[in-house]
Design a binder for this molecule. Sequence first.
Ligand code: FAD
Length: 446
Amino acid sequence: MADVVIIGAGPAGIFAAQELAKHSDGLDIVIVEQGKDITERSRTGRDMLIGWGGAGAYSDGKLTISTDVGGQLSSLLNEDELMGLLEEVDGIYTSHDFSGGLYSVEPDDAARISARAKLAGLIYVPTKVRHIGTENCHTILKRMRDELSSRVRVKFNTRAKDILKDGDRVTGVSLEDGTLVEARFVIAAPGRVGSSWMSEQAKRLGLQMHPNPVDLGVRVELPAVVMEDLTSKAYETKFVYYSPTFDDRVRTFCMNPYGEVVRETVGDILTVNGHSWARTRTENTNFAILVSADFTEPFDDPIGYGQSVARLANMLGKGVIVQRLGDLQAGRRTNPSRLLRSLTRPTLKNATPGDLSYCLPYRILTDIMEMLASLDAIAPGVNSAHTLLYGIEVKFYSNRIDLDRNLQTELQGLYVIGDGAGITRGLIQASCSGIVAARSVLNHCR
Ligand SMILES: Cc1cc2nc3c(=O)[nH]c(=O)nc-3n(C[C@H](O)[C@H](O)[C@H](O)COP(=O)(O)OP(=O)(O)OC[C@H]3O[C@@H](n4cnc5c(N)ncnc54)[C@H](O)[C@@H]3O)c2cc1C
């Protein structure tokens, strides 16, 4: 028996637990987490995304303080309310003695970048970003674990099997170890890694959901000096582009100055991502170029589509593929000797030199190559033959479940939050969603 069961100990689940623990002495709170405690986790394989801290534990620790980026909470909360929450969450992360750097572009610089971007056919999106760094983010999440340890029961290495209901009310959660936890409130925060599980649960419980598009693309890596003019002013520079051939919306995402490219395991698929440390620098900057693939009927499985494209790359490269842009443009594969001649030295060592044109759909490849050419006008060197492209980068967004403004589903007492609800896409909004759900539970308990 418990009052509240939280499924998943990523930022969304942790912030829900913190808020509940802070404002109620009597509530019995249980967190069920399929992975390990943070002190036992490593940055490899499945461990990288699951366990205390979720995907946040080895993230870059960029907090994007903007209502337009990192999720769709702005569709449920009003602008002021959301901005207040973003600032509150930023304050909680920085209360742990790691404030990181806060980067916001001076208005004059923003106007100048925006004008140059327009000339290149790009839309510049200025953002305010705090960079905490991977190692500090990990330490902060560990401190949160220590603070909560006396207030919250955590069941590690335990997977939630089914969310249970009686009529229109949630009644608890059954676990894969055979245990049943009865509870008045269930807060599901399974992250992207749990998106298929969450969709199955929503279907079983009869909850309305809508597919989100899947974002497909590559991770671009180049010498940091190429982006220095931009990254020195704003840690993360975001551009949006409408490709001439397909009129698709293409965007840069998750820029990591002096960072490294990493392999990410999503189920049985290997994809790429990037991050940077607060105290160690590489000589490169990386960022993703992503295209949103949105489908109309009869197709309703964007996650399956993204998985198939990533599987194709894995099949050809026995993992992640890396290609020099010059080789892609010349219609030939990158082989180990060509890679050795690249001026950009790859930070991801175990990627296979290969040919991305064998696995990326023509439409997406064209979109990416057109955007790289436009970016070259704003940061000369981006479209160089020595720029490295790693594939495939895929962002699977969970199906978006119908939620009210408290993030409660149609089933009384069941909240679905964070990236697993398809409503957030980053640390700060995922954390905010935990606070929103917890406050609603606290209101019901008063
Ligand atoms: C390499 C990398 C870098 C990133 N960098 C940034 C960044 O700089 N800035 C940013 O804003 N975002 C970044 N992100 C994204 C960010 O980490 C996520 O948006 C955030 O962690 C989402 O939080 P969440 O709590 O919703 O889900 P998650 O962090 O994914 O946590 C979900 C948890 O639920 C658990 N779970 C799932 N299903 C079950 C189940 N059935 N039973 C029990 N447990 C379950 C999982 O094991 C996991 O621990 C990065 C991600 C990666 C991988």
